[in-house]
Design a protein around this ligand. Structure first.
Ligand code: ADP
Length: 444
């Protein structure tokens, strides 16, 4: 494809910020294209330059180096074809919902009569029919964000840029609004030709995008791009969806070794099963938060024991867990956070659970445990049965500790549960894979 067929092309874009005598490279040599019909995502830790890139793309800021081509022509000044929707879309509190949308139409020089009809139509399309005369303060966060979308649509942007548009919303509103945006986009009823969205949320990226551009920081740069070829509407529980999510996690974790070497094999299979390090998620989060506070995201392991007030055995288990899960790499006595570790440290409680769940699903012991429970009657197994199987790999005492850690991690991630009184493991309903939910219902 030639550059001219792209709606947008960034060529060797760098951004250096200066403060006093200091120069700071926020973005280094970014090359990025966006074609018509594409929904792309920028994914990366805080500070990797995502917002800076959006400002450069929309022409709000000129890069220090490189150029932005829009429809093959160098962008001069603000791009009138592009609009940004921010995390919290600033509505005018003294105007009604309707008037907030009309303002954008007025700015485009649309005559008053047409404005009203158009604003009604836009509000209807984002599902705000009946709320036209309400004031922003009367609306929920999700509804306010819908007004934000309607206002962005009123501008009829060819290129719609979204800066974490769902991150300030509660889970249900965010999910509903994602669905509505995808529907609006795929219906072809809007003039928008391409969407570029910034997010921290990996599942959201896989749920929505055609392409995920993975960035890292120091300096901010594009590390890789992943294509998401799944048809819409995407099913979060479908194996293809989970595989894609795992691929993104693996990319962020910077996996370098083949999985069976890195993670070990399942119990009962040839090869060594890597033991789960006995740590709590709280302690692991503490380690990652501590590393995230350092400018280099790196530390001497031996110094960490002192800094974190833990004994060295415990610290080694923590660093091992961080490595096993792809949150950090260890070399020559140093521990260095991966972009995935950074994402985890910055994530909300819910997003942390999702990240942790996705990573432990890759560990052979968990994979095996989830698979045997998936296959079991009512997705339940007694402790003794599971322990006996694990004793093929570990001495009885260690097998028992492995199971205790599995319960601890499984409960946190809501993948599996353990009933202390009946001594049975069972899969949480949310962890039962969709292909077997019919069997489960029949079995009950
Ligand atoms: P992200 O959106 O990925 O969090 P940003 O684009 O906001 O990243 O910032 C990238 C880096 O550039 C950060 O280290 C940030 O502190 C720095 N930065 C952003 N804007 C400015 C500015 N106007 N002046 C100086 N530094 C800035």
């Amino acid at each position: 494809m030639t550059t001219n067929s792209h709606l947008l092309a960034l060529q060797h874009v760098s951004q250096v910020y200066t403060s006093g005598a200091k120069r700071f490279t926020a973005i280094q040599d970014v090359n990025l294209t966006l074609s018509e019909g594409e929904f792309a995502i920028l994914l990366g830790p805080s500070g990797c330059g995502k917002s800076t890139l959006l400002r450069i793309i929309t022409g709000l800021q000129r890069p220090t180096k490189g150029q932005v081509l829009y429809r093959g022509r160098p962008l001069q000044g603000v791009n009138p074809q592009a609009t940004i929707v921010f995390q919290t879309f600033a509505l005018f509190p003294w105007l009604t919902v309707m008037e907030n949308v009309e303002v954008a139409l007025k700015a485009r020089g649309i005559p008053p009569k047409q404005r009203t009809a158009r604003a009604f139509d836009l509000l209807d399309r984002v599902g705000l029919d009946g709320f036209e005369m309400a004031y922003p303060r009367e609306l929920s966060g999700g509804m306010r964000q819908k007004v934000g979308f309607a206002r962005a649509m009123a501008v009829e942007p060819e290129l719609l840029c979204l800066d974490e548009p769902f991150s300030a919303l509660d889970v249900l509103s965010a999910e509903a609004l994602r669905g509505e945006l995808l529907e609006l986009w795929s219906s072809g009823n809007i003039p928008t030709r391409a969407i570029l969205m910034v997010t921290h949320n990996i599942e959201e990226a896989v749920f929505m995008a055609d392409r995920i551009v993975v960035m890292d920081k120091d300096p901010g740069r594009v590390v890789t791009e992943l294509r998401v070829g799944l048809p819409h509407p995407r099913q979060r529980k479908a194996p293809e969806f989970r595989d894609m999510v795992d691929r993104v996690y693996a990319t962020l974790a910077g996996q370098t070794q083949p999985e069976h070497v890195e993670l070990g094999t399942a119990p009962g299979e040839p090869g060594r099963t890597r033991a789960l390090p006995h740590i709590t998620i709280n302690d692991l989060a503490g380690l990652l938060e501590h590393l995230a506070e350092r400018p280099t995201h790196r530390a001497d392991i031996y110094r960490l024991a002192e800094e974190l007030h833990v004994d060295s055995d415990h610290l080694l288990r923590l660093t091992e867990a961080a490595e096993l899960l792809g949150f950090a790499t260890i070399a020559r006595g140093d521990i260095t956070m991966t972009p995935l570790g950074e994402t985890f440290a910055e994530a909300s409680i819910l997003a942390r659970k999702e990240i942790f769940a996705s990573r432990i699903r890759q560990l052979p012991t968990f994979k095996w445990l989830l698979a045997v429970l998936q296959a079991a009657h009512r997705h339940q197994l007694e402790w003794d049965v599971v322990q006996t199987a694990l004793e093929l790999e570990f001495p009885p005492e260690e097998a028992q500790r492995q199971l205790e850690t599995a319960i601890n991690w499984g409960r946190y991630t809501e993948l599996l549960a353990y009933d202390d009184s009946g001594q049975v493991f069972y899969l949480e309903p949310g962890a039962v894979s969709s292909s077997s939910s019919a069997t489960r219902q029949n079995g009950q």
